[in-house]
Design a protein around this ligand. Structure first.
Ligand SMILES: [Zn+2]
Length: 159
């Protein structure tokens, strides 16, 4: 993460998660983002912690990795019942870099819950970095499309 601060110090408190520096930086780079990435990054709900469409607290459920035949990747994030009422799917087109890091355990292991994510322009299109508790996902692609989809969870609030 270049701008999102996972260990900010605010009013004497440490370990505060803060997108403030990223949100300050975003207007300067937003025109350099491809359109799908720009829409996702600038969605006012994205970094609003109380929003139902905030990425914080989502859980990674499934990843389809890019390959020589299929240069696109897809990540499915499951909602967290107490917060979201939809799941999130992100499709990455023409992936040129894809890294997943899980400090303890095999790559197939659940990287955990999303802390926050950061989208930045890249010479190939854009980069999307997701910090989990405790893993990371880093993708460079031509563009990404983020879609909130209805969940089949019986506990989801409908309404
Ligand atoms: Zn649920």
């Amino acid at each position: 993460m270049d701008y999102v601060d996972l260990d900010a110090r605010i009013n004497g408190l440490t370990g505060v998660i803060s997108p403030a520096r990223y949100l300050e930086h975003l207007p300067q780079v937003m025109d350099d983002l491809p359109c799908g990435a720009r829409a996702f990054a600038t969605d006012p709900d994205h970094y609003s912690f109380s929003s139902k469409r905030c990425t914080k607290d989502l859980k990674l459920r499934q990843l389809s990795l890019p390959s020589a035949e299929e240069p696109d990747a897809e990540a499915h994030f499951r909602h967290n019942c107490w917060k979201h009422d939809e799941d999130l799917t992100i499709r990455y087109t023409d992936v040129t870099d894809f890294r997943i890091g899980i400090p303890h355990g095999p790559a197939s292991e659940d990287p955990g819950t999303v802390i926050l994510d950061e989208i930045l322009p890249h010479e190939d299109g854009c980069s999307h970095e997701v910090a989990f508790r405790p893993g990371t996902l880093y993708v460079v692609c031509r563009d990404l499309t983020a879609t909130w989809v209805e969940t089949d969870c019986p506990d989801a609030q409908r309404g």
